[in-house]
Design a protein around this ligand. Structure first.
Ligand SMILES: Cc1cc2nc3c(=O)[nH]c(=O)nc-3n(C[C@H](O)[C@H](O)[C@H](O)COP(=O)(O)OP(=O)(O)OC[C@H]3O[C@@H](n4cnc5c(N)ncnc54)[C@H](O)[C@@H]3O)c2cc1C
Length: 471
């Protein structure tokens, strides 16, 4: 009898799961395993937010139920050494093949190499599959066979490749004949040191499928006009599902293409482009793993940041005095999710206006986000800091006041997260410090008392940031 062990990492689904489907084809019986890697999946580590932990555990519960209908048990092991834990379980269960879907992050790559090396010593085969990306890191290369480092030509090349043949999704595997072991129960958040939290975005494969279908039927056609307005629910909010793999990238691409992403629907075209940004950042992190720590552009390696603790504290506690920045920070703290435009605004504000190293913001986001994804987070932070691939040129510094007036003209979003500003007249909502004293009294929002003064003057900070990069 051939026993396969499928290692679930960020592929918490039974449909369209490449490695799981392969395990079901190859094995007489299949066992699934998820390792709670306590080095990052615990409250103490500060590396997984309670929102993401809650989302993952709820998704695991649904996964376990779905697997049991396929006669596949799900083992769950808390460990700080997944490779050893997997090899030990494999020995106990007499596993011949371990299947996994390939990951693209530097630490995961090293771990997978170690697993392959250790497994080979015991005669266990490791089968790794492409699953989390549309194309592998070597499938979309420039004419000189090098990785692209600029988004637009990469996107063109990827779209040309997509046009060469349809993307296939896989259905549900057939139930296995044998179920040799029983499943473990999914631990609760408290046992990992977290306070009880309900995921603010419905978790699990079935919710992911529903959210994708709803987005495609009701929002994708207007995505190009609504995606930048944080007060409107114009985007898919599928990032938590894509990060956990409760929805597959292929399911999203197939849906975008069916909605007209190659020409007939502008919204679908733009949504597909966002999925390609995700792919681009994965490819970049794979080829340039050093960018997890250092600026992508070498010329910025020498740059220094003041990392003023008071400024960092003001940003982290939503006390910058710039309502659009503070509202964004409160959104992420209260929901684990932040609108993309706000991610750009708050990240640029921290790195440019507050002269703080992007790594500090990147790590802070990791500890808050429900959709944390190393490649996209690093890509987004380096882009905002002006040190990344298609870096916004260093002299582009988003003005938080002008941005706010453009994307939240009547202050609906800002008031939702900063009730202190509820009675502030519209013309001062994004610059409350300009309110005359009488108006501050009348609106019940005294600056410096009910809502902070700006921590820096944007105009001055912008000039200093540009001068620093020029130097
Ligand atoms: C500073 C910063 C940090 C970020 N950190 C993360 C992160 O940790 N995890 C994460 O998934 N995204 C991150 N992003 C990208 C983006 O903000 C989110 O993917 C998006 O806001 C998620 O909302 P949505 O699912 O409604 O996106 P939609 O607009 O519906 O887009 C669909 C999907 O495309 C992908 N996508 C969209 N925009 C981007 C982008 N700019 N870069 C990469 N992928 C994208 C996501 O998977 C998203 O779910 C970050 C962006 C910035 C500027």
């Amino acid at each position: 009898m051939r026993i396969c062990l499928h290692w679930f990492r960020r592929d918490f689904r039974v449909r369209d799961n490449t490695a799981l489907a392969a395990a079901c084809r190859m094995g007489d019986s299949v066992v699934g395993i998820f390792c709670i890697d306590t080095r990052w999946f615990s409250a103490q580590s500060g590396k997984t937010s309670s929102f993401q932990a809650a989302f993952w555990l709820d998704s695991l519960k649904e996964l376990s139920t779905s697997l049991s209908t396929l006669h596949i048990a799900l083992k769950i092991i808390a460990t700080d050494d997944p490779v050893q834990a997997i090899l030990a379980l494999s020995k106990t269960l007499h596993v011949q093949i371990i299947t996994l879907n390939k990951e693209y992050e530097p630490a995961q790559n090293l771990q997978d190499q170690r697993l392959a090396y250790e497994a080979a010593k015991t005669g266990i085969q490791i089968k790794s599959f492409k699953d989390g990306v549309i194309f592998e890191e070597f499938e979309v290369l420039s004419k000189t066979e090098n990785p692209y480092t600029i988004f637009s030509p990469y996107k063109r090349a990827l779209l040309a490749k997509l046009a060469q043949g349809p993307i296939q999704t896989l259905g549900l595997p057939d139930p296995m004949a044998l179920r040799p072991v029983s499943s473990d129960s999914v631990p609760d958040l408290e046992s990992l040191g977290y306070a009880a939290t309900k995921p603010p975005i419905p978790a699990g494969e079935s919710s992911g499928e529903k959210m994708l279908a709803t987005f495609i039927h009701t929002k994708i056609h207007t995505y190009h006009t609504t995606r930048d307005i944080p007060a409107i629910d114009g985007c898919s909010q599928l990032s938590a599902h894509l990060a956990a793999g409760t929805v597959s990238i292929r399911q999203c691409v197939v849906a975008a293409l069916a909605a007209g992403a190659t020409g007939t629907c502008r919204g679908a075209e733009m949504w597909l482009a966002e999925l390609i940004w995700r792919e681009f950042y994965r490819m970049i992190l794979f080829h340039f793993p050093q960018t997890a720590q250092r600026a992508f552009q070498k010329k910025y390696h020498q740059i220094t940041w003041s990392n003023n603790p008071d400024f960092i504290a003001a940003w982290c506690t939503a006390h910058t005095g710039y309502p659009i920045v503070d509202a964004g920070i409160r959104q992420i703290q209260q929901t684990g999710w932040m609108h993309n435009r706000l991610r750009m605004i708050v990240a640029m504000f921290l790195t440019k206006d507050l002269d703080t190293h992007w790594r500090i913001g990147e790590q802070q986001f990791q500890s808050w986000l429900i959709d944390y994804d190393q490649a996209s987070n690093i890509g987004g932070w380096q882009w905002s800091a002006g040190t990344g691939t298609d870096a916004a040129p260093y002299f582009r510094v988003m003005n938080p006041i002008l941005q706010a007036r453009r994307i939240d003209p009547d202050g609906t979003f800002v008031k939702r997260f900063i009730p202190e500003l509820t009675n502030v007249p519209k013309e001062f909502l994004h610059t409350p410090w300009e309110m005359p004293a009488l108006l501050q009294n009348q609106s019940g929002c005294k600056i410096g008392q009910d809502y902070p003064r700006p921590v820096v003057d944007h105009g001055t900070a912008r000039i200093q940031a540009i001068a620093k990069f020029q130097r």
